[in-house]
Design a protein around this ligand. Structure first.
Ligand code: MRU
Length: 344
């Protein structure tokens, strides 16, 4: 599969990302509860992909509704969307996609139930297709700031596994590479679930891009020792003032980039912007199970009973962000003035 998720004959097909890079297990389902569970356990992950899969999940959840009563149909839609919305709290693309599906429901409400279902499927397919195009454009705009010979550092996974298309941060890298630039990448391993080691390293190696894996705590020393031209990461939610939530450890990377005079960019589609939030302080941050820190893939590594703090994301303050690469161009500071201009 060259996409993380596909729509095939009335069902979704996706890579179980918990099994990568050692096994490529493909899951096929028409059960929205399975999709919700797979978002929770990170088999489906990455902000835009969570949104795309939730849109398909809503359609799959209402597709077998068999009554004629519209009120019952709407209640069924609400139950399904509530279940999907409860999976993960930080990536705003999830809530954005659910709202898009709700809009289609409301616009179609006078039609027959089979026609509403058809419109909901069309909307989910559109959200997916649109994300592919957004990724492509992010790659194009981002490529403009990549020097001909560039070493780039990234965190977590913002590649094809995290989106409907080719990625956000990695779409920039793929575009720079395919346009003939000499690209080298340092990938942070990304504790505790190792999206950098398991997913980013795997993706980049498959595309023949020169990638070196580093432990997260090696990034500052790597910046001191070698010439790093750019840091680029994805985001899960961006507030109106440019504060950006992304995988835990992104804030560290932004601080050490500043210290070493390395431009720090975020790459994200406009579906990752939360135009209702003034600052990153309002972004809900998911906390994960302590076992993700006390165990390394099934093996206990910390004393039983130890207290654990395990936020899945942190918020990088806007003053550390050089620019935000979107499908409509790059947004530069002052973000409080400029982000709102990108709202469509
Ligand atoms: O917990 P995850 O793996 O879903 O976290 C993903 C990230 O933090 C990504 O960097 C972000 O969603 C951007 S994906 C294009």
């Amino acid at each position: 599969m060259d996409r993380a998720l596909e729509w095939v004959e009335d069902r979704v097909r996706y890579i179980d990302q918990t099994q990568l890079p050692l096994d490529t297990i493909i899951i096929e389902t028409e059960n929205y509860l399975e999709i919700a569970e797979d978002i929770k356990r990170l088999a489906i992950r990455g902000a835009p992909l969570i949104g795309v899969s939730a849109a398909y999940g809503i359609y799959l959840g209402i597709k077998n509704f068999s009554g004629f009563n519209k009120e019952d149909f709407i209640n069924s839609f609400k139950t399904v969307s509530h279940t999907l919305a409860s999976t993960r709290p930080t990536a705003v693309n999830l809530f954005w996609a659910i709202k898009e599906m709700e809009k289609t429901l409301n616009e179609s409400i006078k039609l027959s139930i089979p026609e509403i279902k058809k419109n909901l499927l069309e909307k989910a397919l559109y959200i997916h297709k649109d994300d592919i195009e957004r990724c492509r454009l992010i790659g194009e705009y981002g490529n403009e700031i990549v020097p001909y010979k560039a070493t780039i550092i990234t965190h977590c996974n913002a590649g094809f596994l995290a989106v409907g298309g080719d990625g956000t941060a990695l779409s920039v890298i793929y575009k720079a590479h395919s346009s003939g630039k000499d690209i080298r990448v340092y990938a942070d391993e990304t504790r505790p679930l190792l999206q950098g080691a398991r997913l980013t390293a795997w993706e980049l190696m498959n595309r023949n891009i020169d990638v070196t894996l580093i432990a997260d705590n090696t990034a500052a020393f790597t910046m001191k020792k070698f010439k790093i031209d750019l840091a680029i990461t994805g985001a899960d939610r961006i507030a109106l003032n440019g504060d950006a939530a992304n995988k835990i450890g992104t804030y560290n990377l932004a601080i050490i980039s500043k210290k070493h005079n390395i431009p720090f960019y975020i790459a994200a589609p406009l579906s990752t912007f939360d135009f209702c939030l003034k600052s990153g302080d309002e972004i809900p941050i998911e906390e994960r199970a302590p076992e993700e820190v006390t165990e390394g893939f099934g093996k206990r590594i910390a004393p039983p009973g130890v207290k654990v703090y395990s936020p899945a994301f942190d918020v990088t303050p806007n003053e550390l962000i050089t620019g935000i690469i979107t499908e409509k161009g790059i947004i530069y500071p002052p973000y409080s003035e400029n982000i709102i201009k990108f709202k469509s």
